[in-house]
Design a protein around this ligand. Structure first.
Ligand SMILES: [Mg+2]
Length: 260
């Protein structure tokens, strides 16, 4: 099994890979990819097993998911290599039908409801495993997310873990629900197993994801930063929608190289 240092190395390598992919394909949302990348790396390298399921609710971070699925050996070189090419299945949002992706997301606010249905079905069928979903902080103001939050608490779906990528932005503005407000909202909705973690710290992410002592459905608020991990990019709104130019990509890659 990989340790925290290995996870950090993998995440740095994937950030470099994604800088190149975004630069080449001119696809958007590199900032969202990077804010949730450490959580995705931890999930796929240390947490998920064959009985577990995962839904990326913030579908605009699709390229981060593709990179992690590829690194985990779930997505083939052949499929990953089509990114940005005419006719590729790999769009800016995930599609159903790609190995490792169970649902098309990108219309925001659906992931928690979907995970609730999966977790309830597992519970009713007596199946093992946990359903994980990763939401953006912006999605948490959607009515459908709040309805799912209440339903999950009512059903006491202790086989569900919701991770919120609290990067403090939603599209073109600051989020309406910062981490402490999110915590209050879910507490008010009847969730008891709530943790806040620092998204830069793999050990915090891992222990929150794997702690076996569950008190009902679990919420992990992952305190991150838009474009986290490349200091020249961090917390800048432009990385919600702009791909790096060739010159910027070279600068960011050099910055990551210096950290090695
Ligand atoms: Mg956000």
């Amino acid at each position: 099994m990989t340790n925290s240092q290995d996870l950090s190395k993998i995440a740095r390598e994937l950030r470099k890979e994604l800088i190149v992919k975004h630069m080449q394909t001119k696809m958007a949302h590199i900032g969202s990819d990077f804010s949730c990348l450490n959580a995705l790396v931890t999930l796929y390298m240390k947490v998920l097993d064959k009985d577990d399921r995962f839904v990326l609710s913030k579908g605009h971070a699709a390229l981060a998911l593709y990179a992690v699925l590829h690194r985990a050996g779930i997505m083939s070189d052949e499929v990953y290599g089509t990114l940005g090419q005419e006719g590729s299945m790999l769009g800016e949002h995930p599609l159903y039908g790609i190995k490792g992706i169970e649902f098309a997301t990108g219309s925001l606010g659906h992931g928690l409801s979907l995970a609730a249905g999966m977790a309830l079905a597992k519970k009713l069928n007596g199946e093992k495993g946990i359903v994980y979903t990763l939401l953006s902080d912006g999605e948490c103001q959607e009515g459908s997310t709040l309805e799912a939050m209440n339903f999950i608490a009512r059903q006491q779906l202790e086989n569900l873990t919701c991770i919120i990528d609290a990067n403090k932005w939603q599209a073109y503005d600051r989020t309406l629900l910062p981490a402490d407000k999110l915590e209050k909202e879910f507490k008010g909705g009847g969730w008891e197993d709530i943790r806040q973690v620092d998204a830069r710290k793999f050990d915090e992410l891992q222990s929150a994801l794997t702690d076996p002592k569950r008190r009902g459905p679990r919420l992990i608020i992952s305190n991150s930063v838009l474009a986290m991990g490349v200091k020249e990019m961090e917390d800048q709104l432009q990385w919600h929608y702009k791909p790096p130019t060739k010159e910027q990509a070279e600068q960011f890659l050099a910055s990551l190289d210096k950290e090695e």
